[in-house]
Design a protein around this ligand. Structure first.
Ligand code: PA5
Length: 433
């Protein structure tokens, strides 16, 4: 394990307040570890990395082997049932993997929206192609993936025939409950179980994330090993534990009036990782009128849209920067005889150096604009580091939510839109107000 390093810049909170926040973070860590806090029945994710057996891994890999010749695997799911796999895939695969011929099928994600345009385009893409479906839903009843599954299952049956289609559908769902589990039993689909004690946004290291990632050829053993080691060290009762320090720092900032946390990265392939992080923290903390609003930005891209506000707008936010070592040194800026673009001053620097220098310049500018910054340094991103990073944020999130006094593992607020939508769509049992 490489270990996560944290550093704070321009933090206006006094050392005394920060130390007292660390003490509260340690108490919250103890609540998490002893599984004695609110929602403790959903702390099964603490056991995930070690509970996934080599037999489980073999089973995911067998599916991957069997579907290797397919053109596409469509992964259907929403929220915690898709963001982790999407985040990992983007970070671990080549940025342009979707445009290349690979020796594994291309993964396409669906069921995370209800746009007819998206579905039309997807059905057009799948026409005449060999594809399989992985449908992921813990409850087995979530509308968006259920709608997508109904449409895509028909398309698959039409193109491959019912019997082949049956073998090209894998369901990942609860072991006993929900419509999807019932369909597994009725149609004999292959299936994997999401443990009842693991909530959606904490499920990336279960079959929810591991099966799609195995399909794409990701080294899931390394990811689990990274996660296992991180779990052991980040649950330690230790004031220097980075998960404790991060949770304490962000909570102290929140209490000092910084209500928005902006997770930034200087690599575009981290955009979906920031989406995974937003869902993790947003659904875990935002309740009872409390919580830090999680936002994200990819720099330097978003400096050209959000940069002005961050530097000079309302002082409501702090930044958390995901600092990773990137492949660098191969693309060098050249000295040109014709310096019409006035870039000769960069000659001899690699593109990576230019990007890293931009990061340093932005950090000092934002700090001077009274925006507190936290750097989270991970080293180079590979499957093991990513396993570690998932665990780092999950543990930090559990600690943070307990510090706020909310249940990290429920999401009561999500129900309201569903009730309204069901009533408007005429779902039996739902009435319009
Ligand atoms: O974190 C959560 O529990 C949610 O975001 C769920 O992952 C999301 O709502 C999808 O639920 P399900 O897997 O039941 O379809």
């Amino acid at each position: 394990m490489k270990g996560i390093r944290m550093e704070s810049f321009g933090n206006p909170v006094s050392t005394e307040t920060l130390l007292s926040a660390r003490e509260r973070a340690l108490v919250a860590l103890e609540t998490l570890v002893s599984r004695s806090g609110a929602g403790s029945e959903f702390t099964g994710w603490l056991d995930l990395p070690q509970d996934i057996t080599s037999k489980d891994i073999e089973a995911y890999k067998e599916c991957a082997q069997e579907w290797r010749g397919l053109d596409y695997v469509v992964v259907i799911g929403i929220g915690g049932s898709y963001l982790g796999a999407k985040a990992a895939l983007d970070l671990l695969q080549d940025n342009f993997a979707d445009f290349r011929k690979n020796d594994t099928p291309h993964l396409i994600f669906a069921g995370f929206n209800m746009s007819e345009q998206y579905m039309t385009d997807l059905l057009n893409l799948l026409k005449g192609k060999e594809f399989g479906l992985i449908v992921i839903s813990k409850s087995g009843t979530t509308t968006e993936p259920a709608v997508a599954f109904r449409i895509l299952r028909s398309a698959l049956e039409e193109s491959a025939g019912k019997e082949v289609a049956r073998k090209r559908i894998i369901a990942v769902t609860d072991g006993a409950k929900g419509a999807l589990r019932q369909m597994v039993e009725k149609y004999g689909y292959r299936s994997f179980v999401i443990p009842a004690s693991v909530g959606g946004r904490y499920s990336v290291l279960s079959p929810v994330g591991l099966l799609p990632l195995a399909m794409a050829g990701v080294d899931i053993e390394s990811m689990l090993n990274g996660a296992k080691q991180a779990m052991a060290s980040l649950l330690e009762w230790n004031e220097e534990n980075p998960a404790v320090v991060y949770a304490a720092t962000r909570n102290a900032l929140y209490e000092s009036g910084y209500k928005v946390e902006l997770l930034t990265s200087y690599r575009p392939d981290a955009r979906n990782f920031t989406e995974w992080w937003k869902q993790l923290f947003g659904e875990s903390e935002g309740k009872g009128g409390k919580g830090i609003f999680p936002a994200s930005a990819i720099f330097t891209t978003d400096l050209h849209s959000l940069g002005q506000f961050i530097q000079d707008g309302s002082k409501i936010l702090f930044e958390t920067n995901l600092v990773t070592d990137e492949k660098g040194g191969e693309i060098m800026m050249q000295q040109m005889d014709d310096d019409s673009d006035s870039l000769n001053y960069l000659a001899g620097k690699s593109l990576e150096q230019v990007n890293a220098t931009a990061r340093k310049g932005v950090l000092s500018a934002h700090v001077s604009g009274n925006v507190p910054n936290i750097n989270i340094e991970t080293g180079a991103i590979d499957a093991a580091t990513l396993g570690e990073l998932f665990i780092f944020f999950e543990i930090s999130c559990g600690i943070s939510a307990y510090m706020l006094g909310v249940n990290p593992f429920d999401q009561p607020g999500v129900e309201q839109y569903k009730k309204n939508m069901f009533a408007l769509l005429g779902k039996p049992g739902y009435k319009q107000n």
